[in-house]
Design a protein around this ligand. Structure first.
Ligand code: ATP
Ligand code: MG
Length: 658
């Protein structure tokens, strides 16, 4: 066993090896992008399991996205450590909720809202507020933000204003839709994504017996991307741990990109204070990117300011030199998209697989012009993160058809469905019967996107048939159900179109960072210094996704023939050839920002709401009297909120939403 376990340590550098072999006590890895943090923790789990020191079922690994969780499970299996739970906070919480709900509350867990946007649309309609597609998405985002920051509808307008949220609608209107959405959900006995964490925390807090049960099952915890843990997630982690300390966290303060949802790197940065006996490991070798990409990433880090910047970790590339990053300026947005699509076509022609290319943008609304341009160029693409794959209407419809077909298979009535010949053609035939065409539709947009989803389902069937010769359609539907339960979406084959936020933790051979104008990066609504710094970190995350080819582009106007009113992102000043170093202009902009803030009214403490006057307080947006660890304040409010909600509803204290 020792020899076979040692094999897992091959392919790790000495520091990573230290992480992998320190299986007792708290461990914290602070390291920049691409230094192999995720790899180190994956190998750590595998080493522990194979050396017999960790029971697979006693380990819970928490990752940031379902896609990352799926990738980790796959690697663990390859490393001989299958059976370890690798999940997101949400999916781990949901599983536990399902498990202890009958005992804690009785009955079954309320159904999950599957199509939240639709429910929000319904709520909008009830309030007689018309929302177009993008407004709908934005209002949904606001509701999510409100919930993870534990803001009830009545408090939303004030809280949104205080947090400097750029809201798509009138604040009162958004609050009204939010309230109606919660009501609709309750009326139908449903819970949403955010409720899952709130309820799990509530139950574990109130029920010692259930908390003990969870603690008996899970003894060891590993958390990836710990810099973006929200107070609610941190609380859940503490409840899981109890008074034990078998916790390994890895993160990079320079990649904190979710503070707008209440996440904070404080837990990562104060790990040693909380656990003085912790093993702290730093990694600096960057295995992902070429020296050229790493040089740009370091340049961005050197311009960063604020708390996270004090903890920056200079990267040292381990790779051979590659091409220099390309900076491309276009007269307008469509020209930029066309130019990018052309470059992508060239890369594919030169042998780069489409699945190894990504186009990353700041906001989802930017995707449309790239969908169009890629479709025009005949390049396959995959929109959105892989996360919600099984929640898409067309995929659900496809699964339903496949289940139906699997039941009637073997009846001898349909030669295509009987036998085990070739699952790809069977699946194509079943999907065709639901109106799906085997050829991609012309053009782009939603229709093309739906077609791609089902094409991905066919590819999944083909992969499955290859991996399991002799498998039947019934076997396939079981596999799909399991993947659905685990939210394990099929691998992306086309060019990935994703927001920078969704790209976290991932990597591609070629990355296109598009729309890098001042106003989009940083985004106009990033007003405070803190918000601007988060934008800069987002760009750092984007740059560090690239292994080899990196292209940074922008258009000087929105539409063809428009006034060239846009400027390239100020974050590229001093880095982009021919640009002046940051200084005069940025200083002036900062001053304008301060004056503007003065006009916008006082800055309030984001914990207690008191007006702030001290420079230090203004910077942190938190008064001296409030705890630096926001956890407490937020939890106090959560407790109060739960109490009032349960009083109003006449429900047990932890049962807020049903
Ligand atoms: P991020 O901060 O972006 O999440 P990370 O620190 O988690 O990055 P990984 O994704 O684990 O980095 O690793 C980056 C890339 O480098 C991966 O392709 C990984 O396989 C490779 N890599 C990591 N460590 C080594 C190593 N010791 N030898 C060779 N390749 C490595
Ligand atoms: Mg990682």
């Amino acid at each position: 066993a020792a020899d076979s376990a040692d094999a897992v340590l091959l392919g790790l550098d000495p520091e990573q090896r230290e992480v992998a072999t320190t299986l007792r006590g708290p461990v914290c890895v602070l390291a920049g992008a691409g230094t192999g943090k995720t790899r180190a923790i994956t190998h750590r789990i595998a080493y522990g399991v194979r050396s017999g020191q960790l029971m697979p079922a006693s380990v819970l690994a928490v990752t940031f996205t379902n896609r990352a969780a799926g990738e980790m499970r796959g690697r663990l299996r390859t490393l001989g450590a299958g059976g370890v739970q690798a999940r997101t906070f949400h999916s781990a919480a949901l599983r536990q909720l399902q498990y202890f709900w009958p005992k804690a509350v009785g009955g079954e867990v309320p159904r999950l809202v599957e199509r939240k946007i639709q429910l929000v649309a319904e709520a909008g309609a009830r309030c007689r507020i018309r929302l177009d597609r993008s407004e709908l998405r934005d209002v949904t985002g606001e509701i999510e933000w409100a919930k993870v920051t534990q803001t009830v509808p009545a408090d939303y307008p004030a809280a949104a204003l205080k947090a400097g949220r750029e809201t798509p609608r009138d604040l009162a209107e958004t609050a009204q839709i939010y309230g109606t959405y919660e009501q609709l959900k309750r009326d139908r006995g449903m819970i949403d994504f955010e409720d899952v964490l709130l309820l799990t925390v509530g139950i574990l807090q109130d029920r010692r017996d259930i908390a003990e049960q969870i603690r008996t099952q899970y003894q060891h915890f590993v958390v990836d991307e710990y810099q973006d843990v929200s107070p609610l997630q941190q609380r859940l982690l503490e409840l899981w741990l109890g008074d034990r300390d078998s916790l390994c966290v890895v993160g990079d303060a320079s990649q904190t990109i979710y503070s707008f949802t209440g996440a904070t790197p404080d837990h990562l940065l104060s790990f040693r204070t909380r656990y003085p006996q912790a093993t702290v490991v730093k990694l600096i070798r960057d295995y992902r990117s070429t020296p050229q990409v790493v040089h740009l990433a370091n340049g961005l880090l050197n311009q960063a300011k604020g708390r996270a910047a004090e903890h920056r970790l200079e990267l040292v590339s381990q790779r051979e030199p590659g091409p220099a990053p390309v900076y491309a300026e276009y007269p307008d947005e469509p020209a930029e998209a066309e130019g990018v699509a052309g470059r992508i076509r060239d890369l594919i022609a030169a042998g780069v697989p489409a699945g190894e290319i990504a186009v990353l943008y700041r906001i989802n609304a930017q995707s449309e012009v790239y969908e169009q341009a890629l479709a025009d160029a005949g390049v396959p693409y995959q929109l959105r993160g892989a996360e919600r794959f099984f929640e898409r209407a067309e995929v659900q419809k496809g699964l339903l058809a496949l289940r139906g077909a699997a039941r009637s298979a073997g009846s001898g009535n349909d030669p295509l469905l009987d036998g085990v010949v070739e699952l790809g053609s069977q699946v194509r035939a079943v999907l065709s019967s639901t109106g799906w065409s085997t050829e991609p539709p012309a053009g782009s947009g939603a229709v093309r996107d739906q077609w791609e989803s089902l094409a991905a389902l066919v590819r999944l069937a083909e992969d499955f048939a290859r991996a399991r010769p002799g498998a039947t359609l019934a076997d396939l539907t079981i596999e799909l159900e399991e993947r659905k339960a685990a939210q394990h979406a099929p691998t992306v084959q086309g060019v990935t179109l994703a927001s920078l936020h969704a790209a976290k933790g991932l990597e591609w051979d070629a990355v296109f960072l598009v729309g890098l104008t001042d106003g989009m990066m940083p985004i106009t609504y990033a007003k405070t210094d803190e918000q601007v710094e988060e934008e800069r970190r987002l760009l750092y995350v984007g740059v560090t996704r690239a292994r080899l080819h990196l292209t940074l582009s922008w258009g000087l106007s929105r539409a063809p023939g428009g006034r060239a009113s846009r400027r390239p992102s100020r974050f590229l000043n001093g880095l982009r050839p021919g640009s002046a170093a940051p200084g005069a202009r940025e200083g002036a902009a900062a001053e304008r920002g301060v004056r503007k803030r003065g006009r916008r009214g006082p800055v309030l403490c984001r914990v207690c709401g008191k007006t702030l006057t001290e420079a230090g307080e203004l910077k942190l947006m938190r008064c001296e009297d409030c705890p630096s660890d926001m956890d407490e304040g937020l939890y106090e409010r959560l407790r109060e909120w739960r109490a009032t909600q349960s009083q109003e509803q006449g429900l047990p204290a932890y049962c807020v939403f049903t």
